[in-house]
Design a protein. Structure first.
Ligand code: MLC
Length: 403
């Protein structure tokens, strides 16, 4: 029988690139990020026994992980397993959980998770053409831009059903900009107000430009390993954080018509419930939340799903935090709100399917006490949530400090 400790799977290192507009390809960004993750822990690409990649929009490839592993020289090799996972923006969290299972059940000692994209490189027109195709279905009735329009439909549902106000939606973007302004890598350097968000150009009926995920280029990488690997490489056994639980659930590719939407299309609640059960924790045990926020309604529903706010109260929760942040500039933002201390998709930056990597990396920094000026005191556990499509997939993972 394997001992309980042999089942402990750790996230041991992370790496990333700048989010600035670049001429590098997605695979080059992935390689740069993975090089940074391996170097910082003192291992090489030849130590990697498994690789999971998520697809890119700017330069898509058949069997992305095979393409990436071949480009990086990880393949050909004996005993290397690579897989592409595609759950949209939930991909990095799905991949983190898949990496954990590869270590637990498939005998792989060290798995790399990589994501990279260069959607800022694309012209606005080309980006829109490709983005529109991803969630398009003739029955959806969603006009271009399809993704913002889909989230807009859900935002209207949330307004009709729970009385969410326009200011509450806008507050999500303003709050994320306050968080991002503390992070050296974030695209958004200056906090914005609710008024500024509401004055930005409209994109759909209740969605303005500053309420859309911020298009960016960038790559990110994670390394997931077994205790045996750490021992073999002489790396301290307490390195990084423990992946203590996770859950996933799916919804439809596109939201039903407004009058047909009901709670059945959402999956974050179910994914979170499974993750809490597996990790044997509740919301009170979580000190940092990395919540997907591609559009305000996603963040509002996420704070409800994880239990920070009651059902229907997420908008009021975020608006009250915005007022508290603005009224107390002498306080550190993370002491008021332990969510997305990097600024999320709305303000940190969103290279297509990469951004949930940033939720995971920020959780890693918070847990390992390396978040610098953004550090939340004594983080024991962190929850990360990735959302794919238009509420089409939810993946939630819980990380712990191993104590
Ligand atoms: C855009 N801008 C922002 C911003 N969004 N600035 C601050 N914060 C934000 N959140 C800025 C840009 O940097 C740019 O400035 C200017 O506004 C115009 O943006 P653009 O993207 O160049 O404009 P345009 O081509 O007209 O397209 C507008 C748009 C597009 C809203 C249609 O940006 C868009 O589709 N964005 C959403 C991307 C998206 O949906 N991602 C996936 C999320 S769903 P400057 O100075 O550089 O000109 C998801 C789930 C999944 O995450 O599975 O993927």
């Amino acid at each position: 029988m394997p001992s309980r400790t042999s089942k402990v799977v750790r996230l041991i290192s992370t790496g990333w690139t700048s989010l600035a507009k670049t001429t590098k390809s997605p695979v080059e960004l992935m390689e740069e990020a993975l090089t940074s993750a391996t170097k910082s822990i003192g291992i090489g690409f030849n130590d990697i026994g498994g690789l999971i990649a998520v697809p890119s929009l700017a330069d898509p490839h058949f069997m992305e992980a095979h393409y990436v592993a071949t480009h990086m020289g990880i393949l050909p090799a004996k005993n290397v397993v690579v897989r592409t996972v595609d759950t949209g923006g939930a991909g990095p969290v799905t991949a983190l959980l898949a990496a954990k299972r590869m270590v637990e059940y498939e005998g792989v000692d060290c798995v790399a998770v990589v994501a990279g994209d260069a959607v800022r490189q694309l012209s606005g027109e080309e980006f829109l053409k490709r983005a529109d195709q991803t969630c398009y279905h003739p029955a959806s009735g969603l006009p271009s831009p399809v993704i913002p329009s889909g989230y807009d439909r859900v935002a209207r549902y949330q307004m009709d059903k729970y009385g969410v106000s326009r200011a509450e939606l806008a507050a999500c973007s303003a709050v994320m900009s306050i968080m991002a302004s503390q992070h050296p890598l974030a695209m958004t350097k200056v906090p914005r107000t609710i008024e500024e968000v509401l004055a930005s150009p409209p994109v759909a009926s209740v969605t303005n430009l500053l309420e859309c995920a911020r298009r960016a280029d960038g790559g990110a990488a994670l390394l997931v390993a077994s205790p045996r690997f750490l021992e073999r490489k002489g790396i301290p056994s307490s390195t990084g954080s423990v992946i203590i639980g996770g859950g996933e659930a799916s919804g439809p590719l596109y939201p039903p018509q407004l009058d047909q939407i009901n709670e059945d299309m959402f999956s974050c609640e179910q994914a979170t419930k499974i993750a809490y059960q597996e990790a044997n924790v509740s919301v009170r045990d979580i000190d940092f939340f990395g919540l997907y926020d591609c559009y305000p309604v996603c963040l509002i529903r996420a704070v409800e799903a994880v239990g920070l706010a009651d059902q229907g109260e997420g908008g009021r929760y975020i608006l009250s935090k915005y007022h508290e942040l603005v009224a107390n500039p002498e306080k550190r933002p993370q002491d008021i709100l332990p969510i997305n201390t990097h600024g999320g998709l709305l303000a940190f930056g969103a290279p297509w399917e990469v951004p949930a990597m940033y939720n995971i990396i920020e959780a890693f920094h918070q847990i390992t006490n390396t978040a610098g000026t953004r550090q939340i005191p004594n983080v024991r556990r962190a929850l990360v949530y990735g959302n794919g499509g238009i509420f089409s997939h939810s993946a939630v993972a819980i990380l712990g400090n191993g104590i």
